[in-house]
Design a protein around this ligand. Structure first.
Ligand SMILES: C[S@@+](CC[C@H](N)C(=O)[O-])C[C@H]1O[C@@H](n2cnc3c(N)ncnc32)[C@H](O)[C@@H]1O
Length: 393
């Protein structure tokens, strides 16, 4: 997961980047400063987040840093153990058995999940027509190709990459920890009205700057939340827009998102009055998005109510919403763990410890949720048979 979730105290020192990494970050700061000046002195936080995460060659996801795993900045579930992807494969196989068609993975990261899923789907006798990946980062696409090239040829042949969403799709579309990486707007509720927190360039520094909120879509989305001032939070327009776009292309099948977040009542709880923005740098979490731009990840929790509404408003059925722990247990992760040979303790223990992290309420089990939206699926999905929370959205 994006581990650790415990925040650093504000004065805690972060490990110093190398001179080369600092130069990389400096080049990105210049690019952002140029964009701010060109825009008249201010850009939205969403534009800032998009630039520092995805600028070609310089953004965090397109630069060369390790990102995932022990040598990187955070760990995601598929990187912890193949048992995560093998368990998810059972849900994917169940849907493919009904719909046929392909799999589309959005934001495939290192490609490990794609490789593990292809192996597991093969074992389940339910290989898709094609295993598509849609990835915005050219650098990660290269890593994915490298990972897939190590698979047996008959599995590797199933993998292919898309530059844009297909016009029509049947099968399973899924994304693990992608919604949290989409740019969000920051909105400030004040006694004198709604403001948007953006970024300015002042005295050679990036700084927050609040302007009266004027963007019509953002005003509508923030207004619908009906929050009392003073309050600060993120409002994501990109996640719901992605769901609308996917819904319009899905002829038959499943749309599944796994990520950390909550429904709106919890997300915009009066006590969460400073939002959910988090930055990750070498396994330290903090809340300053101006530290080492391009070298650290920036994320926000997912508003699952907004995701559900955009799917349902686009004609999809809400098929389930539950915690990651319930989803994985419903699909038999403990059964898969029990089949691992326990006699070689050094090989077994990492999997047992990963399963504990994936399921524990104190780690990923409850903060992470799984949401399923679909079209033309009439049977209940096994992953949501127990512990369905969808009525709470
Ligand atoms: C936090 S990483 C998660 C990677 C992987 N799914 C995992 O669980 O390890 C976010 C991934 O989403 C990709 N991404 C971000 N925005 C995207 C978009 N609009 N379409 C496709 N991929 C995107 C990033 O480049 C990156 O691969």
């Amino acid at each position: 997961m994006h581990f650790p979730v415990s925040m650093l105290p504000p004065d805690a020192a972060l490990p110093a980047p190398s001179a080369e990494a600092l130069a990389h970050s400096g080049a990105l700061i210049s690019r952002v400063a140029g964009a701010i000046v060109a825009a008249g002195g201010w850009i939205s936080f969403a534009r800032y987040m998009e630039m520092v995460l995805y600028s070609p060659g310089l953004g965090y996801y397109d630069g060369g840093s390790a990102k995932f795993g022990g040598a990187g900045d955070f760990v995601t579930a598929p990187e912890l153990s193949p048992l995560f992807s093998r368990t998810l494969a059972r849900q994917v196989a169940e849907v493919l058995a009904a719909t046929g068609g392909s799999v589309l993975e959005l934001g495939a990261g290192s490609g490990r999940m794609a490789a593990d899923l292809l192996i597991a789907l093969d074992e389940l006798g339910q290989l898709p027509e094609q295993y598509w990946m849609l990835e915005v980062s050219a650098e990660l696409r290269a890593r994915q190709r490298d990972r897939i090239s190590k698979l047996p040829a008959q599995l590797g042949r199933k993998a292919a990459w898309l530059d844009r969403l297909p016009e029509r799709f049947t099968g399973v579309i899924f994304a693990n920890e992608v919604l949290d990486a989409l740019p969000v707007h920051m909105v400030v509720w004040r006694d004198d009205g709604l403001f948007e927190r953006g970024v300015t360039w002042r005295s050679e520094r990036l700084e927050f700057d609040d302007r009266r909120l004027t963007d019509t879509d953002l005003l509508a989305a923030a207004g619908r939340l009906g929050l009392d001032s003073p309050y600060l939070s993120e409002v994501g327009l990109a996640g719901p827009a992605l769901v609308r776009s996917l819904a319009s292309r899905l002829e038959r099948g499943l749309l599944l998102f796994i990520d950390y977040g909550f429904g709106q009542t919890e997300y915009y709880h009066p006590q969460r009055s400073q939002g959910t923005l988090m930055c990750h740098y070498r396994h330290r979490a903090h809340d300053d998005p101006f530290v080492f731009p391009g070298l650290q990840d920036i994320t926000a929790h997912v508003d699952f109510s907004a995701i559900a509404h955009s799917g349902v408003d686009s004609g999809l059925a809400l098929l389930g919403y539950t915690s990651q722990a319930h989803f994985l247990i419903n699909l038999g992760i403990t059964d898969l763990l029990s089949r691992m040979p326990a006699d070689r303790v050094s090989a077994y223990l990492p999997h047992a410890s990963a399963v504990q992290k994936l399921l524990s309420p104190a780690e990923m089990g409850e903060l992470f949720k799984v949401i399923a939206l679909g079209r033309g699926l009439d049977k209940p999905l096994t992953g949501f048979l127990h512990g369905d929370l969808s009525r709470l959205l």
